[in-house]
Design a protein around this ligand. Structure first.
Ligand code: HPA
Length: 276
């Protein structure tokens, strides 16, 4: 017998008791995007350890903290820290927070991440709005028992919402940066890719490669949330530059771009609020 799965509705009920504010937008922070917390007017915050079913703090590499507050004047929920598949978590845990957000009443989800650039015109420090993805993680988060009331076979024709994508582009323009757009290819990691893999992925149509986001997008679409996602291109993908890849380079670029990333997210939240 498998263990009973935690109920996302229990986590959602806990979140509702945190604050009377009821944001419809949630933002998941990946590497390079945490600086936006300095722009957030926080009304309530809670550690993932106090949210039943959320990934345990510490393993994620980030604080594992959820915030409710205003960003650019708009009510938002911000998730700082996510569980990655490469940490060894099952996909149910990697995507649990998304199910809790849906049960809470979040309608729109902005996912952020760090990624390696394959597109030859991309440079470290660019931002890319995802227009589509390729799932090469070798797993699908919807595998397993069907979820009552939710579709079994989820349409991903429009995984990334055009309207939200337009808001991302506008948010970039408002801080003087032109966002790239393209296809994100997800691998399980945690090793980086080989140059041969990168050449193959480029032939498949990938513009950037990373180790997150896609499972969350798939589950969000099953739950009926609209999704937008943005990558900070922290490095050229393996074999695309003379240097070997390093996590240090990923962190350096993320650090260099953090102020712009924060401004862009704030602009996005503001524009989102105005569009409601
Ligand atoms: N590959 C996979 N994941 C990544 C990379 C990369 O080059 N950069 C940041 N995350």
């Amino acid at each position: 017998m498998s263990k009973p799965q935690p109920d996302p509705r229990a986590a959602a009920a806990r979140l509702k008791r945190l604050s009377r504010l009821r944001p419809t937008l949630a933002i998941v922070l990946g590497s390079g995007f945490h600086h936006v917390l300095s722009e957030l007017q926080t009304q309530a915050e809670v550690s993932y350890t106090r949210l039943p079913g959320f990934p345990p703090t510490g393993v994620t590499g980030h604080a594992g903290q959820l915030f409710i507050g205003h960003l650019g004047g708009t009510p938002v929920m911000v998730l700082s820290g996510r569980a990655h598949y490469y940490e060894g978590h099952p996909m149910t845990l990697v995507t649990f927070a998304v199910r809790a957000l849906a049960a809470y009443g979040i309608r729109d989800l902005l996912l952020t991440n760090a990624a390696g650039g394959l597109n030859r015109s991309f440079r470290p420090g660019d931002f890319m709005a995802l227009t589509d993805h390729i799932n090469l993680m070798g797993v699908n988060p919807l595998r397993g028992a069907p979820v009552p009331g939710l579709p079994r076979f989820v349409d991903l024709t429009c995984a990334y919402d055009k309207g939200l994508c337009g808001l991302l582009q506008a948010a970039g323009r408002a801080c003087g940066t032109k966002l790239r757009s393209g296809t994100y290819l997800a691998v399980s990691g945690p090793s980086y890719e080989t140059p041969a893999e990168i050449r193959a992925f480029a032939r498949l149509g990938a513009d950037a490669v990373g180790m997150s986001t896609v499972p969350e997008t798939i589950v969000a679409r099953q739950c009926g949330l609209k999704v937008a996602a943005v990558s900070c291109i922290t490095n050229l993908a393996a074999g695309r530059s003379r240097k070997p890849l390093s996590h240090a380079e990923v962190l350096e670029t993320a650090e260099r771009m953090k102020k712009l990333a924060a401004k862009m997210l704030k602009n996005f939240a503001q524009l989102y609020g105005q569009a409601q």
